[in-house]
Ligand binder design. Structure first.
Ligand code: PEP
Ligand code: MN
Length: 338
């Protein structure tokens, strides 16, 4: 529910209203506007509560948000959220590229990757130190040591770095080492993790679970927003369908739908949907065309030596070609490649 206050509402009247909201077990969040201030009320607001708010002298109007998510909804905020990190942004009309290897494998590998990306004008490198592997016998990631290598990359090359977070206990150190934290598909509904990420001052990329509906996806984002972190970027990465020709089905329709429902930036990871590197460039272009705010794409200086997801990682040559092809396409769809 959004309560619109009358202009020049006195402080004590606003306080009385805030107390009345809290007394009902609801959470008031205040927004000071240039002309009108509003109070967004979170919790289970029924018709009679909404009605009772109208009786306060300082209340001009009461609007109910009917969606199950509130803070993520366009009803709550009509203008797009812009998530700024370093000198790049998501949601401001740029088409922002995050690229890099699936995993942190060694110091030499992340440094070489960073230089490969820098040469192409890419400002954010992805690389996971913690790896959610289907098989416990596969490479499990370098863990904290990997985070420290990412910090070193950031210090030595000036690249922004992005990595996956799987465990609440690692949030603090990860937030110290990298610029953006990512919640992977398998953890989209790890609610304790989402709550913890709501308390940090770093942007969070939230990936869609491979069997999650769009509604469940936005509800997961709502957890992070509700706990105080408003810098959330949604990432479509493919869902499970009957199709076996590729790893997952990239649901670009979800990007179009999300655009109508939420103000949050939306990026696309075509790599984990495709599973094969030759399918990745056309899906990247389709993501730009459908209106995504950027890409999360796997690329490795030597994909044949990668410890994870080598088959879907672009070669340096493929990545360079893709960047060239994206440039005019972005202009055609009214975006600037960043
Ligand atoms: C990844 O980005 O490396 C990854 C594990 O992706 P997802 O969580 O989408 O499977
Ligand atoms: Mn991967």
């Amino acid at each position: 529910m959004i309560i619109v206050l009358k202009p020049n509402t006195r402080n004590e009247d606003r306080q009385t209203l805030l107390e009345a909201i809290s007394k009902r077990g609801l959470k008031p969040v205040e927004f000071a506007g240039t002309e009108r201030s509003t109070i967004h009320v979170l919790g289970d607001v029924n018709e009679s509560v909404a009605e009772s708010m109208k009786s306060f002298e300082c209340v001009e109007n009461v609007l109910r948000i009917l969606k199950p998510y509130k803070l993520a909804s366009k009803e709550h905020q009509s203008q797009k959220t812009v998530v700024k990190v370093g000198d790049v942004s998501f949601g401001n009309g740029e088409f922002t590229i995050i690229a890099g290897p699936c995993s942190v494998e060694s110091e030499a590998q992340v440094m070489e990757s960073a230089h490969m990306l820098k040469k192409l004008g890419i400002k954010i490198m992805r690389a996971s130190a913690f790896k959610p592997r289907t098989s416990p016998y596969d490479f499990q990631g370098m863990g904290i040591e990997g985070l420290k290598l990412l910090k070193k990359v950031r210090e030595e090359t000036g690249m922004l770095v992005e990595t996956e977070i799987m465990d609440v206990r690692d949030v603090k150190i990860a937030a110290e080492c990298v610029d953006i934290l990512r919640v992977g598909a398998r953890n989209m509904q790890n609610f304790d993790l989402l709550k913890e990420l709501g308390k940090i001052d770093k942007p969070v990329i939230l990936k869609r679970g491979m069997s999650a509906t769009i509604n469940e996806f936005i509800m997961a984002a709502e957890y992070i927003l509700l706990h105080g972190n408003r810098r959330v970027i949604l990432c479509e990465r493919g869902i499970r369908t009957f199709e076996t020709a590729y790893r997952n089905t990239l649901d670009l329709g979800a990007v179009a739908v999300l655009r109508t429902l939420t103000h949050l930036p939306i990026i696309v990871d075509p790599s984990h949907a495709a599973g094969k590197r030759d399918l990745v460039p056309p899906l990247c272009k389709a993501a730009a065309a459908v209106g995504a705010d950027g890409l999360l794409v796997e690329a490795h200086p030597h994909p044949d030596q990668a410890l994870s997801d080598g088959a879907q990682s672009l070669t340096p040559e493929q990545l360079a070609k893709l960047m060239e092809e994206l440039r005019p396409l972005c202009i055609a769809v009214g975006r600037r490649l960043a």
